[in-house]
Write a protein that binds this ligand. Structure first.
Ligand code: SF4
Length: 497
């Protein structure tokens, strides 16, 4: 049997880094970890190929070679996966589909032959057994959660690793919290399920053996969901592993309560973590109450971010407007918070109701749902009727984007962050030709562009005040270049960058 694993194109989104990747001659930021894990769950005797359409074209010969096409997609890939499935069907191939998009919308994809939904560790073996018996069903689902200690190592060798800027792995699934807009808990449960320390080390070694020697992103929903196991098993193992791999640095996603545990922050730093994404959502306590983000309440969120930064973590933040509790003051309050926090990568979205969430159920019962969510966090769409006048909401939202990503405010944030950040993890990767080229591209494209004044001010200030953070400063300048292109796409000519 020949399995062709297909990953559809990502549109130009905030997290695609589409306009930043050419600086370092890369095609995509992360490989499709889900498909690489599915590949490892398929029988060893099957032949397998991966085509990630974000880094290469899908050739007719690949399609003709295959017996089955396995397709995975996120909500944001809705349009591109539709075209991909159509192409597979035109070539006369059977299509098996899974992933978050199909979990909520599989009925909208009649061309797919078999849906293998929820966690593949459970549903894929059921499909394979029926396939072997000659009667595979159209739909495989489960309400159970997989035992991730049995999850195999992703088949890294199928991916063209040199086309990606980062690598990803997963240590845990699920989150103990209950934010009502989040579909993590409906998909993966409240009890964090964790891999063993030995599994994590084997996965890292496998990545290393496949030729990857840079940083990696633990794409966990909440890396600190099970603190006890982290502190007792996984972090000690990572600390040991990193002694032999000092060039590697890690990033991940955490809830804000990381800041309450100094020992955990110290251990994460020692293990090489220097960057965390945190869902801040809003500085408004009523809105936090409304969405049941209890872990963000009863604390000074701004001080928490600063504590993380002073403990060696660059903080990326998620922010949302459009809660029922929001009034017209929220836009300026979000801008003020983001600017004062020094969160450079601030993803600000309009609230979206995703299938399966408590928010979705509530809005459905109130008759306020309008359409499926776009899955793009920063595209100025809202899929329900908000309490605030929609025109006021959109205008206020656009004002946030236009303000925080205008060159002056953006570079101010970089300056705030670099001034206050206390670097604890230094990844000792060699200065490569790729990084030197990235710098010269930045000089040419940014240093001679509209934001040249801010760029050269930052270069001069960093060299004279924080020279060890120079690479970080240039990276932020490149990110800013990307974020501004995204804002231009969303806001059109009203974005005066
Ligand atoms: S903390 Fe994050 S992952 Fe957990 S429920 Fe809230 S938004 Fe979802």
């Amino acid at each position: 049997m020949r399995a062709l694993l297909l990953y559809p194109e990502n549109p130009d989104t905030f997290w695609s880094f589409r306009y930043a990747l050419p600086f370092i001659s890369k095609k995509a930021s992360l490989p499709p970890l889900g498909l690489l894990t599915i590949a490892a769950l398929l029988p060893e005797s099957w032949e397998k190929r991966l085509v990630d359409l974000n880094v290469e074209e899908l050739s007719e010969s690949d399609l003709q070679w295959s017996d089955y096409c396995f397709v995975s997609a996120m909500v944001v890939q809705r349009d591109s996966v539709r075209a991909l499935i159509h192409r597979c069907k035109q070539a006369g191939k059977k299509v098996v589909a899974g992933g978050p998009l199909f979990l909520g919308e599989h009925q909208d994809f009649p061309e797919v032959d078999h849906f293998v939904l929820n966690e593949g560790e459970i549903t894929l073996p059921l499909f394979l057994a029926d396939l072997k018996a000659g009667n595979p069903k159209p739909l495989y689902e489960t309400k159970e959660f997989a035992d991730v200690t049995k999850t195999p190592v992703p088949l890294w060798h199928l991916a063209k690793l040199d086309k990606y800027s980062d690598m990803c792995l997963q240590y845990s699934r699920g989150c103990p919290f209950a934010c009502d807009f989040c579909n993590i808990t409906s998909m993966l449960g409240h009890r964090p399920r964790t891999k063993t320390a030995a599994q994590v080390i084997v996965e890292l070694d496998a990545l290393y053996d496949a030729g990857w020697t840079k940083g990696a992103f633990f794409v966990d929903d909440n890396f600190i969901g099970n603190k006890r196991q982290l502190k007792n098993e996984v972090l000690p193992a990572l600390i040991e592993w990193r002694k032999d791999h000092p060039e590697v640095a890690f990033k991940t996603e955490v809830s804000i309560n990381l800041v309450d545990d100094q020992e955990l922050m110290d251990m994460m730093s020692e293990a090489g973590f220097n960057s965390v994404f945190v869902g801040i959502e809003t500085p408004d306590a009523d809105s936090l109450n409304e969405c049941q983000k209890a872990q963000n309440l009863e604390r000074d969120l701004l001080a928490s971010v600063k504590t993380l930064q002073r403990n060696g973590f660059e903080v990326d933040g998620g922010f949302i407007v459009g809660f029922d509790s929001d009034d017209e003051t929220i836009f300026q309050r979000q801008i003020d918070f983001i600017q004062r926090s020094g969160i450079v990568t601030a993803m600000v979205g309009l609230l979206q109701a995703i299938n399966g969430t408590e928010l979705y159920k509530r809005l459905k019962s109130e008759g306020r749902l309008l359409m499926n969510p776009s899955g793009d966090n920063v595209d100025a769409t809202i899929n329900f009727i908000p309490k605030m006048d929609p025109k006021v909401l959109h205008k206020g939202y656009e004002r946030i984007l236009a303000t925080i990503y205008a060159p002056k405010a953006y570079y101010q944030r970089v300056h705030t962050f670099l001034s206050e950040y206390r670097q604890r993890v230094t990844s000792k990767f060699p200065l490569s030709w790729a990084y030197i080229k990235a710098f010269f591209k930045a000089v040419f494209l940014i240093g001679m562009g509209k934001e040249r004044k801010e760029f050269w001010k930052l270069v001069w200030w960093t060299l004279t005040h924080r020279p060890r953070l120079f690479a970080q400063a240039i990276t932020y300048a490149i990110y800013g270049f990307h974020f501004r292109r995204i804002c231009e796409n969303v806001l059109g000519s009203s974005f005066a960058a």
